[in-house]
Design a protein around this ligand. Sequence first.
Ligand SMILES: NC(=O)c1ccc[n+]([C@@H]2O[C@H](COP(=O)([O-])OP(=O)(O)OC[C@H]3O[C@@H](n4cnc5c(N)ncnc54)[C@H](O)[C@@H]3O)[C@@H](O)[C@H]2O)c1
Length: 354
Amino acid sequence: MKPDIINIDGSPLYLDRDLNFLKTFLSSQPYSGVVVLGDENSVRYCLPVIKDILPEGIIVIEFASGESNKNIDTCQEVWRKMLAARVDRKALVLLLGGGVVGDMGGFIASAYKRGLDFIHIPTTLMAMTDSSIGGKTGIDFDGIKNVIGLFSRPKAIFTHLGFLNTLPDKEMWSGFTEIVKHALIADRILFNELKKSVDEARPVVSYEILRQSILVKKTLVERDPFESSVRKALNFGHTVGHAIESCMLKAGTPLTHGEAVVYGMIAETWLSHKTGLILADHLNEVENFLLKICDVKKIIGLDRSQFFDFISNDKKNESGKILFSLLNGIGSFSINKAVNEEGIEDSLNYLLSR
Ligand SMILES: NC(=O)c1ccc[n+]([C@@H]2O[C@H](COP(=O)([O-])OP(=O)(O)OC[C@H]3O[C@@H](n4cnc5c(N)ncnc54)[C@H](O)[C@@H]3O)[C@@H](O)[C@H]2O)c1
């Protein structure tokens, strides 16, 4: 049998089918206390699932959900509550929630009294397959996503699929998109497996699918923890995707991150073909799949000049060049591919014509 413990750059990630790993971890740790950070949904739906295995006297600090609360005001609110509850340097912080709780909670814990130990208990598919792995923590600031933060490693990650029972379908599809991305850049067999979900109302995700997806991210972050080379492959779909996400947010018709990345992957798969990296057959195969999990009509009114403003301010750009991570076949990638504005415009036109 394949192991349920995956070592990620020194931190164990447990595929915690019955929550026994978490139970053992909590009962054997010498912490002065336990603080649970979560948003209103993770506290409401997921805290009851682990309540019986938590030690006596835990402190629960809840904040409002959503990206719009991933900011310094929420951090201050939480730090004040931690001080009021006299949380000391020997306490353990449990980050129970999706990517917002994990990113912001990791930052809160790492900055409080020069750093408390924290563990991730991801409760969205996005957090399980992506945000809880790789040590990036942080918050949004002045309208710029994830611009304040630090790399900080969790003590452990406990991944339990049971939390997904209450997750809305829309959020399931959003997380599924990152699994698709992992498959497209590094795992052809996983991509074939994911095709089984396209006609379902809700994607089917097993521990095996999750394991394969996690292994893709693990391999890339371990080879390049600070994103100077191969970790950039994880940006596939994200250059066009982020610009679309930002335009739609500004227009008052926000998309989930995952939805935006699907659009980004369609455009960037086409760019991969146009730059000679993938065959037309592969373009068709990937595009047919992606078009089944999104609706291009939703973004037809996109503001093009805003789109190019966002693209040219992308934090991945270097020396004025717009750099892409593209596919190099299905299950393989190529990084630092410069594409000019005309090429990007063509890819947008292509996407909007689907
Ligand atoms: N650190 C990284 O490497 C990394 C990678 C990818 C994304 N991210 C970040 O992750 C964030 C997005 O994460 P997300 O998609 O998990 O969003 P999220 O944390 O906002 O969660 C989505 C929604 O699901 C709710 N929720 C969470 N668990 C639930 C459950 N089990 N049942 C019912 N509802 C539940 C939340 O309250 C929220 O309303 C973004 O801020 C993004 O920047 C970080």
